[in-house]
Design a protein. Structure first.
Length: 219
């Protein structure tokens, strides 16, 4: 028995119904072999979260094609931005996914500090890169972060940053920042929901889950 590709062609299904990999094949003139490899990512979120090394390991993908794929995904994300910003966060894993995506947009090996701002129904109003630090740390200014929350009329926020080492274990500084953010949020009436540290791959740590820096808030 010979197994053949049964994916619908553009003519058969129409552009709306073909996969992201098939769209990339058309736009970037990719080979069937490259398109089949890209099918493992399935959607734009998985493509955005893929590392440069992962994409460069695929057949037919070099530096030029990598840049083109990144630009293509960015274009799609911007078209979908209003819909995506209506996303409701249900748990730390949802928040970590949003934070990870935002950090990877910077394409840097430095520590990146980001924030997600929410309405009263825990839907994302906006998400922003707050600062980009050095290899070891980013700058946290609680006044600036809560100032942005007030400007966005946000009811709550989540802070997130990455550890370039790949180990998401919270440092004493991370815990101290969390305590400061919790205290400031209580004074301002803005809920500080979590502080999430992104590590290598899908690893992350939620300081809320571990009750690090949130001890007083839980009493």
């Amino acid at each position: 028995m010979k197994i053949t590709n049964t994916s619908p062609t553009v003519k058969e299904a129409g552009v709306k119904y073909i996969s992201t990999a098939q769209l990339l094949q058309i736009v970037l003139h990719l080979s069937d072999r490259t398109r089949e490899a890209l099918e493992t990512f399935r959607d734009t979120d998985k493509l955005r979260n893929a590392t440069d090394a992962e994409l460069l390991s695929l057949p037919g993908i070099g530096p030029a094609k990598l840049k083109a794929i990144r630009a293509f995904v960015e274009l799609l994300e911007r078209q979908l931005l209003p819909e995506k910003l209506d996303t409701q966060i249900h748990d730390p894993n949802d928040a970590a996914s949003q934070i990870r995506t935002l950090i990877r947009q910077t394409n840097t090996e430095r520590e990146v500090l980001v924030a997600l701002f929410f309405d009263t129904r825990n839907r994302i109003i906006t998400k922003e890169i707050i600062s980009i630090g050095n290899k070891n740390m980013s700058i946290v200014n609680p006044g600036e972060i809560y100032g942005r929350a007030v400007r966005h009329d946000a009811a709550a926020l989540i802070l997130g940053h990455n550890h370039p080492t790949g180990d998401p274990s919270p440092s004493t500084e991370d815990i101290a920042v969390t305590r400061t953010m919790v205290d400031a949020g209580q004074l301002l009436g803005i809920d500080f929901l979590d502080h999430i540290i992104i590590g290598k791959g899908d690893n992350y740590v939620s300081l809320r889950e571990k009750q690090l820096g949130f001890e007083m808030a839980s009493r």
